[in-house]
Design a protein around this ligand. Structure first.
Ligand SMILES: NC(=O)C1=CN([C@@H]2O[C@H](COP(=O)(O)OP(=O)(O)OC[C@H]3O[C@@H](n4cnc5c(N)ncnc54)[C@H](O)[C@@H]3O)[C@@H](O)[C@H]2O)[C@@H](O)CC1
Ligand SMILES: [K+]
Length: 461
């Protein structure tokens, strides 16, 4: 399965920079490339409008001074403002290369194109209020605002706000994506994110979620080779039906809804009493349990059957609630390479608050449980026990409506049933779900999502 672009924490980015320097690059040469990329983006994006560049004390500011010099050479009308003198050696050098004045940040006047090179990956504490106020004022009065590496005031690794941060039109990530570009609430403030290649090789187990490649069925395929999914119904039959319909639309050859009714005619609806026989069917490729499952004794007995079975399981909603109630020991009894799809509240009841960013927490949960974790939200993080992590960019906020999680569980099960391993199935499912939502546009209901799956799948063939 293809992996997306690497995502590096601040420390991993510094290590990559150190490796580049050990191979012969210099901080100045890297900064020259970064500054040039910033200048080119500001020139193209700003369409020749007057530019104001805000330069901080570190190397992010250094990138800004280089960009100012390059923009001036291109013929741009550029001004520079700074809250203080440069502090790092490379930034001091870059400041020397700028032959124009440097205005005090708090007194400077706005320009149509604003470039924020105040702080990047080195931000270690909240911004001073006068600096945060100036940034807010100048961005709000600009037509376009470009952030160098990341908007100043955001925490690189967690996506948290260390100060009030304005909304940027564009962020030019230097060398690689960082967690801040995908995790909320920061990602929303970055605007469009572009990555500038500055000549640093970047590798990471953490990647951006990529479009999966899916094979179309061949002449030898039949309904069971396409994948057989069972969905366990429960107290709220609509939820399981949404999962089952989504599994069908996501390409499964056979979907059996146990203890539910309705849905497309192609859906095989059978009484819940057939669960044991279905779980024993050697042709079964994946089982979904949780959507609509009552967190009571009846639900528990169904969950116990699935936990004791060998079918690859996708567990959501009611199943997660039951596992959370059973305590940490229950996590040890999960079927091999189960896929758990918790939202925030479910995640916390299963794994506690954890530590660090959403990426860190998902990774810790996967390692502790041995399951693939799909930590849902506007910034869904998928973590495998072997350390691989994928972060989904840019989900449609219209997904925040009842039933979309049930649809996701069904799509993930369909991907698992077609033969993908648990991590790849979760990644493919989240990608298809997000793409179907994008295609559905505004104000859809969960039922509509399944109808957009064929087009989403067509984009992956
Ligand atoms: N990592 C890389 O490979 C490269 C990084 N470059 C740039 O370097 C940046 C990182 O540079 P630095 O590590 O110098 O860090 P920054 O430029 O982000 O800021 C660090 C400086 O700000 C000070 N500081 C931190 N928080 C502050 C606060 N709240 N208020 C006031 N001062 C504060 C620190 O004491 C230090 O002087 C990247 O974001 C990127 O823009 C590029 O120049 C080229 C290559
Ligand atoms: K910045």
């Amino acid at each position: 399965m293809s992996r997306g672009r690497a995502i590096l924490t601040a420390a991993a980015m510094r290590a990559a920079e150190d490796r580049a320097i050990a191979r012969g690059a210099s901080v100045e040469s890297l900064m020259a490339r970064a500054g040039k990329a910033v200048a080119e983006a500001a020139w193209r994006f700003g369409g020749g409008r007057p530019v104001l560049i805000l330069c901080g004390p570190g190397n992010n500011g250094g990138d800004g001074y280089v960009a100012a010099r390059v923009l001036k050479a291109l013929g741009a009308n550029v001004r520079v403002a700074a809250p203080c003198d440069p502090q790092s050696e490379a930034a001091i050098q870059a400041r020397r290369g700028w032959d124009g004045p440097v205005e005090p940040l708090t007194d400077t006047t706005p320009a149509p194109m604003l470039v924020d090179a105040l702080f990047g990956t080195g931000l270690s504490r909240p911004l001073q209020p006068d600096v945060a106020d100036a940034l807010m004022r100048l961005v709000s009065r600009a037509h376009l605002a470009l952030a160098v590496d990341l908007p100043s005031g955001l925490a690189t690794d967690t996506g948290a706000l260390l100060a009030p941060v304005p909304h940027f039109s564009l962020t030019l990530a230097l060398g690689a994506l960082k967690p801040v570009h995908l995790l909320q609430p920061a990602a929303h403030l970055c605007g469009a994110v572009r990555v500038a290649d500055i000549g640093i090789a970047t590798e990471s187990l953490i990647t951006e979620l990529a479009r999966p490649h899916l094979a179309a069925p061949g002449p030898a395929d039949h309904k069971y080779s396409r994948g057989f999914v069972a969905v366990v119904g429960g107290g709220m039959p609509g939820a399981a039906r949404l999962s089952a319909t989504a599994a069908l639309r996501a390409g499964s050859g056979m979907v059996k809804l146990l203890g539910g009714q309705g849905g497309p005619d192609a859906l095989v609806c059978r009484p819940i009493e057939e669960l044991a026989a279905t779980l024993a069917d050697k042709r079964l490729n994946a089982v979904v349990i949780g959507p609509g499952l009552s967190p009571d004794a009846a639900g528990r007995s169904l969950l116990d059957q699935v936990m004791a079975g060998r079918a690859p399981a996708v567990m959501d909603a009611g199943a997660l609630r039951l596992i959370g109630d059973m305590g940490a020991e229950a996590l040890k009894g999960l079927p091999a390479m189960a896929i758990l799809t918790p939202h925030d509240g479910e995640f916390e009841s299963l794994f506690g608050k954890g530590q660090g960013s959403k990426i860190d927490r998902a990774g810790q949960a996967a390692a502790a449980s041995g399951a693939v974790i799909v930590f849902k939200g506007a910034d869904t993080v998928i973590a495998s026990p072997d350390g691989q992590i994928a972060v989904a960019p840019d989900a449609s906020a219209w997904l925040s409506t009842g039933g979309t999680g049930d649809v996701l569980a069904g799509i993930v099960a369909a991907m698992r049933a077609r033969g993908l391993d648990a991590f790849d199935a979760a990644c493919a499912g989240v990608w298809l779900h997000g793409d179907a939502a994008r295609r559905a546009g505004p104000a859809f209901v969960a039922d509509d999502l399944a109808n957009h799956l064929p087009a989403a799948i067509a984009a992956c063939l």
